[in-house]
Design a protein around this ligand. Structure first.
Ligand SMILES: N=c1c2ncn([C@@H]3O[C@H](COP(=O)(O)OP(=O)(O)OP(=O)(O)O)[C@@H](O)[C@H]3O)c2ncn1[C@@H]1O[C@H](COP(=O)(O)O)[C@@H](O)[C@H]1O
Length: 109
């Protein structure tokens, strides 16, 4: 496998999170969080999002990168808790490609 064939980090993380749905809670933080249910996963995502907002407001770039990584991880866990995947979100992003946000908003009004 050449470096360019290797799945990107977000795809690798998504595959790991998916695999943790059937893993032992004793050996995996992700499995432990998933076992607490979708509401707890959503709560953790919210906490991490707020931490990212705080760092974005403060302007500390390194801490924002770290919090953004937490947000992406907890987003994947929250999706997995509802049997959704990164591929589902990417399909929605693809559907939106080429549609201006302004045009989309105007169509809703
Ligand atoms: N990216 C992450 C990641 N980001 C954050 N976390 C964990 O998420 C937790 C959130 O931190 P908190 O301080 O909010 O947790 P806490 O206060 O202990 O929890 P609560 O008491 O609030 O419930 C920490 O324990 C972090 O280690 C992560 N855990 C796992 N991953 C990835 O998931 C992979 C699989 O991990 P396991 O499922 O543990 O094997 C890892 O290899 C990583 O790639």
């Amino acid at each position: 496998m050449t470096p360019s064939d290797r799945p990107r980090p977000l795809d690798r993380l998504a595959a790991t999170v998916e695999a943790r749905k059937s893993a032992d809670s004793e050996s995996s933080w992700t499995a432990k969080l998933l076992a607490k249910g979708p509401e707890k996963c959503a709560e953790k995502f919210g906490e991490e999002a707020i931490e990212a907002i705080i760092e974005a407001t403060r302007g500390d770039r390194d801490r924002l990168v770290s919090e953004a990584a937490d947000v992406l991880y907890h987003l994947l866990v929250m999706l997995a808790a509802r049997d959704l995947t990164l591929a589902d979100v990417e399909a929605e992003l693809e559907r939106r490609e080429g549609v201006s946000g302004l045009a989309e908003k105007a169509a809703r009004e």
